[in-house]
Design a binder for this molecule. Structure first.
Ligand code: KG4
Ligand code: ZN
Length: 342
């Protein structure tokens, strides 16, 4: 049996300052998230410089709360891991430097984590599923179907050629002044809307692969809004519902193509969703439906572990540490870092 260890994870790649401690029994001992939502809301998007400065301000506090939740002294940490990309580089550097300093002072191993790998492996932390599996990673910055073959071994089967799915939700929400991030607001408004009122286009739906495009859909939504004479509350709800239905139709079809591609490279019948948009219940039920049709097991981690968090970063730290992979503190943070480059 391997030694009991506790791993620190730090996440600062976007607008959430997150610190978590997990242990080698996969218990999440602490999971602290300080949201910067209020600071970015007036800009209706994340302002990189504000984000970096806020991470600097929030990290110490988040660390103190994480240690007190865990009832631990910092010296009891065994492994220190932090997101080192991809993401808004200012924030990534702040979090990575914070973690590297702790690792250096305590003389503990440092692990540079790819944020996307954090999302990709969350279902192993929460549901203990085995490799390989098919993953739809849908966040504010990424939207891709990935064959998760083993730790550090990923094949991107298809991806968006323009906007990420979360980005499309955020931009459509912005058109209707629904605040930021827009995804949860669209979902709420859609509950009160008629999803059949507007027939939005489904870009690239006829291409027999799992690449996607959301930019044309977003433009169609904008044109529809501009043409409505008096943009009422009911119009907002109907646009939100019709937009969400278009996303669902795209994902229904593209997931089938993704399964075909996945089965060329792997055997294993789990379909997993991750990333912030995985919180969306319509997306979840669409994936559940495809899973049933193809006799796959659908796995969706709890919502609070789908959006950005540091438990997923600590988990990658644990998996990599167990595999004997340790990084030097000279590791350079990266704004771009594909899962295929691990
Ligand atoms: O993974 P995440 O927390 O941060 C990134 O790494 O990007 O994802 C954030 C994205 C945002 O675009 C947000 O609008 C979207 O996830 N999102 C949602 C929902 N909750 C969050 N989109 C649709 N429906 C939701 N319920
Ligand atoms: Zn993310």
């Amino acid at each position: 049996m391997s030694k009991y260890i506790r791993v620190l994870g730090i996440e600062s790649s976007c607008d959430d300052t997150a610190v978590s401690i997990i242990d080698s029994n996969l218990q999440i001992i602490s999971n602290v998230i300080i949201s910067q939502k209020n600071e970015h809301e007036i800009f209706q998007g994340v302002v990189p410089e504000i984000a970096a400065r806020s991470h600097m301000k929030n990290l110490k506090k988040a660390m103190e709360v994480a240690l007190s939740q865990a009832k631990m002294n910092i010296k009891e940490l065994d492994v220190i891991s932090a997101t080192c990309g991809p993401g808004l580089i200012g924030g990534v550097i702040v979090g990575a430097m914070f973690a590297k300093t702790i690792a250096s002072v305590l003389a503990k191993p440092f692990i540079a984590v790819n944020h996307l790998e954090g999302h990709a492996l969350t279902a192993r932390l929460t549901n203990q599923i085995e490799y390989p599996y098919l993953l739809l990673l849908a966040s504010g910055g990424h939207c891709q179907y990935v064959a998760v073959l083993a730790l550090g071994k990923y094949k991107i089967l298809g991806q968006t050629l323009d906007d990420a799915m979360g980005e499309a939700f955020d931009k459509v929400a912005k058109m209707m002044n629904l605040g930021f991030p827009g995804g949860p607001e669209i979902e709420k408004k859609a509950l009160l809307g008629d999803e059949n009122r507007f027939l939005f286009p489904l870009p690239m739906i006829d291409r027999k692969n799992c690449d996607m495009s959301f930019s044309g859909l977003k433009t169609a939504v904008r044109l529809t809004i501009e043409r409505l004479p008096n943009f009422s509350e009911q119009d907002i709800c109907d646009v939100a519902a019709s937009f969400q239905k278009a996303i669902s139709n795209i994902i229904y079809k593209k997931t089938k193509y993704a399964i075909n591609e996945y089965e060329k490279v792997a055997i294993g019948r789990n379909l997993v969703v991750a990333g912030g948009v995985a919180a969306n219940s319509v997306l979840r039920s669409t994936l559940e439906l495809v899973s049933q049709e193809y006799l796959y097991n659908f796995v969706a981690p709890p919502i609070k572990l789908c959006t950005d968090n540091a438990a997923m970063i600590a988990f990658v730290g644990l998996e990599r540490f167990n595999a004997g992979i340790i990084d030097d503190v000279s590791f350079k943070p990266r704004a771009q870092w594909s899962l295929e480059d691990l």
